[in-house]
Design a protein around this ligand. Structure first.
Ligand SMILES: *[C@@H]1O[C@H](CO)[C@@H](O)[C@H](O)[C@H]1NC(C)=O
Ligand SMILES: *[C@@H]1O[C@H](CO)[C@@H](O)[C@H](O)[C@H]1NC(C)=O
Ligand SMILES: *[C@@H]1O[C@H](CO)[C@@H](O)[C@H](O)[C@H]1NC(C)=O
Ligand SMILES: *[C@@H]1O[C@H](CO)[C@@H](O)[C@H](O)[C@H]1NC(C)=O
Ligand SMILES: *[C@@H]1O[C@H](CO)[C@@H](O)[C@H](O)[C@H]1NC(C)=O
Length: 209
């Protein structure tokens, strides 16, 4: 009986920890149960890639779970189908600063792909980004297949703003209204060394998982 209660709680927790990649468009429709797998369960790149800015882009996620950390790794392989394809010489190709928040909600993070100075990242290149999301019960993944463009700007109907929300499944009535924080994009919030350390930790957790 103890065991089944624990199992039930664990299931609730894992449901709460899911996240969605809202922009750019992920490889395929969201399947919650597959999110702990490589690219959220989609092993192959799509043919209709999204055009994405070579520099000055952003990505947006929705987390129903408070207390999360997210980072982005990139592959320049045409059809990356393994975590190995996101590393070169055993080193994970990390792009951008990691992001974290104590809140649940919708979050938009700067994603300046060219700033990471990764080999093969240039105008016209096909790349895949993989969002690595750590919400407390193992890593979750979503991928987007992109073609980079130096003259593309994100359409203005794609809004980049943060909005916190009550954690998914919480029953707090009359809760605080969502707070809106439209911050400046492109600002480096953290030291690069710290970023590498943290994503290194996420990477290690991947290997252990
Ligand atoms: C990028 O990928 C598309 C299919 O997704 C392909 O048609 C095109 O040739 C690729 N471009 C390069 C530069 O590899
Ligand atoms: C690619 O095609 C699929 C299937 O038609 C569609 O659902 C998806 O929105 C398309 N993706 C992009 C980035 O246009
Ligand atoms: C992608 O990863 C697979 C599996 O590890 C490997 O066999 C393949 O050579 C990699 N592709 C490239 C282009 O590095
Ligand atoms: C952007 O660049 C590509 C190739 O580099 C070109 O084909 C396209 O016309 C350009 N688009 C705009 C809006 O300038
Ligand atoms: C949204 O919140 C994340 C996480 O705290 C932060 O990294 C990002 O810069 C914020 N974005 C905006 C547009 O304020």
């Amino acid at each position: 009986m103890f065991f089944s209660l624990f199992t039930a709680l664990a299931l609730i927790t894992s449901v709460n920890a899911h996240f969605r990649l809202l922009y750019p468009e992920p490889r395929g429709p969201f399947v919650a149960d597959n999110e702990p797998n490589f690219c959220g369960g989609y092993n192959n790149a799509v043919n209709n890639r999204s055009t994405f800015p070579l520099s000055g882009g952003f990505f947006t996620i929705k987390s129903g779970h408070p207390g999360w950390t997210a980072g982005v790794i990139i592959s320049t392989v045409q059809n990356p189908n393994s975590f190995d394809n996101f590393s070169v010489n055993g080193e994970q190709q990390i792009v951008g600063a990691y992001a974290k928040s104590d809140d649940a909600g919708t979050f938009c993070m700067p994603l300046d792909i060219s700033a990471a100075k990764i080999d093969g990242v240039k105008d016209g290149a096909n790349v895949t980004i993989q969002i690595v999301f750590a919400g407390g019960d193992g890593n979750l993944y979503q991928c987007a297949d992109l073609t980079l463009s130096s003259n593309f700007t994100v359409p203005s109907n794609v809004v980049c703003a943060n909005e916190t929300a009550a954690p998914h499944g919480s029953e707090t009535s009359g809760g605080a209204s969502p707070s809106q924080t439209a911050g400046a994009l492109g600002a480096a919030h953290v030291f690069a060394g710290y970023v590498a350390l943290l994503l290194g930790f996420i990477g290690a957790a991947t290997l252990l998982a």
